[in-house]
Design a protein around this ligand. Structure first.
Ligand code: AVJ
Ligand code: FE
Length: 441
């Protein structure tokens, strides 16, 4: 991408798309619902709204353009590290109307900065419009967070979206795909808006393994429940066993059993759990236990990325499973176009060179890996995005959900969370070892 006008257009599109979604998520409920705490796990929606703009102000108006702070007195209120989510309702937050004025004030100035800034060859923060891309991704990440708040909220439905297209199903698809052993390129040094934790590109040798062609479905997960999976300690990591006992967990979050049937609440509507859809709202511990019950295991993060990006013909790593082109609605279920994952087997045009489906979109996929830096990692532009979360406490999720926008989702994108988390749009697929001699093409 070398044409500065294309970069400017791309940055403008990404910021505008994010704002349309933010506006929808914060205008489809009454003002009282914006300031309410729907769950101690989440911020009030109005906190996200002003936090998005405060970050935008700090990075694009202050750091990029060197402008004076518009409202320095609110920085600390919207600092995610100063105030845990559960305490945010007690802060002197901007009221919804004030937050909207602040948001449009910041955005108006940002568009002016975008017009005037040379996007090529400058410092790393502005080169290739990085900071604008980072801010658009940040807003979209909070749009996913706000959608989680919407899912946790009680009361009548506030959101609506068309159903995903029916899809071809899984008949005739192999249950698993063999990924040949050998090196592949993990991470990226070329993707202009890749975040610090995705960098740099580096070689990894991954022995042969097998991975599920599609994510684990609700139907398959029901069998795990029916066969006593939640009552058999053998399948569980000790901390996972402790968590399900302490909280009486016996099914994915939002499920309930009624009249011999599994029902779930989804954005204010109760429906039968569709058996052909990827399972959603499971913790890492539940995914790990299911995999062990199935005689399998979770894929490592490097296995997941190799399955998604490795082209055995060229030996190259692709940007996405289907190639280097940006996602279209034919490739993947992204961007809150639909408010649920598509049935397993959908999006054949989005399959990887080896034939693995639905790696991008639908559900975030838990991997067995801890969130760790790649060799040569450099925190950029702030330690609090990735670096402070590195370590054994957080597990990596890959591939993005139906709730994340394409700008914040790609073959190299890394998400992470605590292994107990289940309100996120998380699912998984399983894997198993192939030949362990390191070779075998
Ligand atoms: C990368 C999704 C774990 O939401 O905590 C938002 C993204 N970082 N604001 C999060 C993020 C700062 C982050 N995740
Ligand atoms: Fe944030």
């Amino acid at each position: 991408m070398t044409d500065p006008e294309r970069l400017r257009r791309r940055a403008l599109d990404a910021l505008t798309t994010a704002r349309a979604r933010t506006t929808l998520l914060t205008s489809c409920v009454g003002e009282g619902e914006l300031t309410a705490q729907h769950s101690p796990l989440m911020s009030p929606l109005v906190w996200d709204l002003a936090h998005i703009s405060n970050q935008e102000e700090q990075w694009l108006l202050r750091a990029v353009a060197g402008r004076e702070a518009l409202r320095p007195e609110i920085d600390s209120i919207y600092d995610a590290f100063e105030h845990p989510r559960a305490t945010r309702p007690t802060l002197p937050l901007l009221a919804p109307a004030e937050a909207r004025v602040y948001a449009s004030d910041v955005r108006g100035r940002v568009l002016d900065v975008l017009e005037r800034t040379a996007l090529e060859g400058g410092p790393p923060l502005v080169d290739a419009a990085f900071a604008f891309g980072m801010v658009a991704q940040h807003e979209q990440q909070h749009d996913e967070t706000m959608l989680i708040t919407h899912q946790l909220r009680r009361g009548p439905a506030a959101l609506d979206a068309p159903e995903p297209p029916p899809g071809p199903g899984t008949d005739g698809l192999p249950a698993e795909v063999r990924v040949p052993g050998g090196p592949f390129t993990m991470g990226t040094s070329a993707e202009p808006w890749a975040l610090d934790n995705e960098r740099p590109a580096h070689a990894r040798v991954v022995p042969e393994f097998f991975i599920d062609t599609v994510p684990v479905t609700n139907g398959a997960y029901m069998a795990f429940i029916a066969e006593g999976g939640y009552r058999d300690e053998r399948w569980w990591a000790p901390e996972g066993w402790a968590q399900i006992r302490e909280h009486g967990i016996g099914a994915p979050l939002f499920w309930r059993r009624e009249g011999g049937q599994w029902l779930r609440r989804r954005f204010g509507v109760v429906e039968a759990v569709p058996e052909d859809e990827p399972v959603l709202h499971v913790s890492w511990y539940e995914a790990d236990a299911y995999a062990r019950w199935a005689g399998r295991r979770l894929p490592t993060e490097e296995e997941w990325e190799k399955a998604a990006r490795h082209d055995p013909v060229s030996g190259r790593s692709l940007r996405y499973p289907w190639g280097d082109e940006d996602p279209t609605p034919a490739h993947a279920n992204l961007g809150q176009r639909h408010l649920r994952p598509a049935p397993a087997g959908s999006y054949p045009a989005g399959r990887s060179p080896l034939g693995v489906r639905q790696l991008i979109g639908d559900v975030w996929e838990w991997t067995s890996s801890d969130f760790l830096p790649y060799p040569g990692f450099v925190a950029f532009p702030y330690r609090e995005y990735s670096e402070v979360f590195f370590g054994p406490g957080h597990k990596v999720l890959r591939g993005g959900s139906f709730a994340v926008d394409a700008v914040a989702c790609r073959g190299t994108f890394r998400n992470w969370d605590l292994p107990v988390r289940r309100q996120i749009f998380s699912g998984f697929r399983t894997a198993r070892d192939g030949a362990r001699d390191g070779g075998g093409a």
